[in-house]
Design a protein around this ligand. Structure first.
Ligand SMILES: *Cc1c(COP(=O)(O)O)cnc(C)c1O
Length: 385
């Protein structure tokens, strides 16, 4: 089976990990801060908090922005469940904004309409979480402008988008958001096994995420309620978590980040080739945006005619039978049983549901050969007839 995505681990990656295993610290040493520094350099942001997953980073980001019971958080239905669950962890209510059928990202038009209605009802959201689906940046400037008008904070879920560019600048610079979150799960653009990071330019958010990453415990006398009892002393001043990442993972992260530009270069090349090879088929291909460069985490095609929608499942199965590891990103979150129990229904977000009826992620990864790509295109062509 040609998988839809696959990590690439080099001998350098392996020896970076082995070096840590031979060292004194497996956790809470110097490599985690070095990884944070490397990511902030790469994304042109001020502060990074490395954690054990992007899910943890999203949770910390919500907490740092003060999301709690009674608050509302909005995101897109076309995302992994973690983008919505993070708000529920904080006791907040989740709602969704339908997607733009061209970009498949959150629709700025739908967002504005929903904000106008919410303002009239006194139900404005505290935080919006745009997701850069497949690595293609959302229209962040427009979302930021709405945030100024309606007074919400913005967390970018950039789990698919490390290495992407928006208006000529790296995703993660937080020009139009408070916090940006990355995932380093093996299916993503670079990996630490499991892992994630939140980056921000605001020192107070950084300090709060750092505190909550490790039990809400501080060793900084300035944050304590009294003089330390002695050198051993620490204080728990909040209820935090153990969301720490290990030195082993951070070493892999530093090594993988150095390779990220070559990963993305190859992905861009493969995406361009797909664009050409698939141009004559009845498919909607990924949108190209003049002011953005996707990081190409995924290459998502959509069946472009209604007769093909009816054959979506069959086409998907034919490809799997031909050993093409196609996948579907994502099942609209509001149709998950857990969310339906909260009152969401089929029909609530028609563009997202229409997307779900027509989308297929076809394989795209760094080591994929041109030969494999031709084989995938051939099978896809056959499956459509
Ligand atoms: C993968 C992913 C996450 C969660 O990442 P983890 O590191 O596995 O916790 C969150 N949001 C999106 C959009 C993702 O693709």
């Amino acid at each position: 089976m040609i998988p839809y995505g696959r990590q690439d681990i080099s001998e350098e990656d392996i020896s970076a990990v082995v070096d840590v295993l031979r060292s004194d610290f497996l956790t809470q040493g110097a490599v985690v801060p070095a990884f944070e520094e490397a990511i902030t350099q790469f994304t042109n942001s001020q502060y990074g908090v490395a954690v054990n997953s992007a899910t943890s980073a999203l949770h910390l980001a919500c907490l740092a922005l003060g999301v709690s019971k009674g608050d509302r958080v909005w995101t897109t239905p076309i995302t992994f469940v973690a983008s919505a669950n993070c708000a529920l962890y904080c006791g907040a209510q989740v709602d969704f904004v339908d997607i733009d059928p061209a970009s498949c990202n959150i629709s700025v038009t739908a967002l504005e309409e929903k904000l106008i209605a919410a303002e009239l009802q006194g139900r404005l959201p505290k935080v919006i979480i745009p997701v850069h689906l497949a690595g293609m940046p959302c229209d962040m400037q427009a979302i930021y402008q709405l945030s100024l008008r309606y007074g919400f904070n913005v967390i970018e879920d950039a789990s698919h988008a490390i290495g992407a560019e928006y208006q000529g600048a790296p995703v993660g610079n937080c020009q139009y958001s408070d916090i940006t979150v990355f995932s380093f799960h093996p299916v993503k653009l670079m990996t630490t096994g499991e892992g994630g990071m939140a980056v921000t330019n605001q020192k107070s958010l950084y300090q709060r995420m750092q505190l909550l990453r490790s039990h809400g415990v501080t060793r900084n006398p300035e944050e304590m309620t009294k003089e330390p009892d002695g050198e051993w002393y620490y204080q728990q001043i909040e209820l935090g978590f153990n969301y720490r990442i290990t030195e082993i993972q951070a070493a892999l992260g530093v090594s993988q980040l150095a390779r990220l530009p070559s990963f993305i270069q190859r992905r861009r090349q493969l995406a361009k080739q797909y664009d050409e090879l698939l141009s004559d088929l009845p498919l909607q291909l990924p949108l190209r945006n003049e002011d953005s460069q996707s990081a190409w985490h995924l290459y998502i095609i959509r069946l472009a005619i209604p007769e093909l929608h009816a054959r979506h499942k069959e086409i998907f199965s034919k490809l799997r039978e031909a050993n093409i590891g196609v996948n579907l990103h994502y099942i609209p979150v509001h149709t998950q049983p857990y969310y339906q129990n909260m009152g969401f229904k089929e029909g609530d977000f028609p563009q997202a549901e229409n997307y779900y009826a027509s989308a297929i992620s076809i394989p795209l990864f760094y080591r994929m050969t041109d030969q494999e790509q031709l084989q995938i295109v051939e099978q896809l062509r056959e499956s459509l007839v």
